[in-house]
Design a protein around this ligand. Sequence first.
Ligand SMILES: Cc1ncc(COP(=O)(O)O)c(C=O)c1O
Length: 461
Amino acid sequence: MPDNRLSNSTIIAAYRERTPRSAELAKEAQALLPSGISHDGRFTDPYGIYVERAAGPRKWDVDGNEYVDYYGGHGALLLGHNHPRVLAAMQAALAQGTHFGANHPNEVRWAELVTRLVPSAERVRFTSSGTEATLMALRLARAFTGKPKILRFFTHFHGWHDHMTAGHASHFDGTPTTGVLAEIAANAVLLPPGDVAALRAALAQHDDIAAAILEPTGSSFGAVPHRRDFVEALREETAKRGILLVFDEVVTGFRVSPGGAQGEFGVTPDLTALAKILAGGLPGGAVCGRKDILDELDFAVAAMKGREKIAHPGTYNANPVSAAAGRAALEIVGASDACRQANARAAELRARLNEVLAEERVPWAVYGSFSGFHTFLNPQGRAIAPEGFDPLGLDWRELISGSKPLAQKFRLALLVNGVDVNGRLSGFLSATHGTAELDATVAAFRAALAMLRAEGELPRA
Ligand SMILES: Cc1ncc(COP(=O)(O)O)c(C=O)c1O
């Protein structure tokens, strides 16, 4: 049944008005791609923008509209779009060939940078994506410990492979999501995030856990945050029991700090999954960690121990162009204050957006940590002061709930006003987001709230 809130919306009408060429492409795409898209996160009702070009913190759609970009390549672009040094490295690599079917010098330099920056990285194995990195991390953990189960936390995302689907956005009871075998889903021990008592109880109950995996600053880059001491407790409890600790630093790696969340927190996991910034905005991932664990991939060590190694091919592992981009990006991250700059800009943006909410008397909040921000739409109508909002005081269910039509309208209203955030009204800042982008975002945020208010979606100010 059509939702009147959406079909009669002047926001949606304004969006359609501004984006006719995107609408045409979306119509064509519907006949070619399921839902017309290539990543679930890009699903937008009525349709998403089609982007033609990007530079630094901005991008332009096929209708010529300019946006301040907070999608940030799904988090991959700490240095912004087309950083000149990363671009030059990619162009030089392209000119030399895109695939040698052989080892190449840049993969060695790239791995060296990873081991220099990431505290847990004694050895590195490159993959083509973050999903592959967490898949290999779990396989390594099972091979190393001889145990089957994986401890995971509700809402934490680790890619889309079979071990990771239940309990991320649905199936919090651990039942398998569509297309996944029940036997695989049954090997996850799913726990509420940030709950040390639940963690200790689960560990007392299960002696067959190979590894615990988490997003170290909380799920979706802190949309559901946990306290830092939860990570410390997890490290302590897993170490006591010989359970491997895996940090999924696909987002936080080289972003929170040059050494990722582990560098920032001073907590060293046994294994780390990396992607995104790792490959400078191109496809690429890696699992890194303790040598004795990564040795499960080593021909000589396996032969010496008389055991079967873990097989790991992958056509695009350490692809030369990704390696060149990744090497350039990590050199910049390691030698500059890019992480700190992005973190500081994000803190400033969160504060300024909360000021707008307070001024406009909207009982929402913008929160987050490091270079991220999230918008809390306050589905239960709590009395909150935006600036003082503490997400740690709320249950994870409340943080991920909220009116989808309201969020959708707000997102489209932001797009109409030249700002692109993701479907959860969250965003990533890069080191290229400056005062001009923040000013434009604050103005767009205020204008988008006015559009919502005009449609009766917000209380009168
Ligand atoms: C924390 C986290 N882990 C893993 C992944 C999966 O990475 P990829 O999309 O490269 O497969 C993502 C992707 O967004 C992620 O955010």
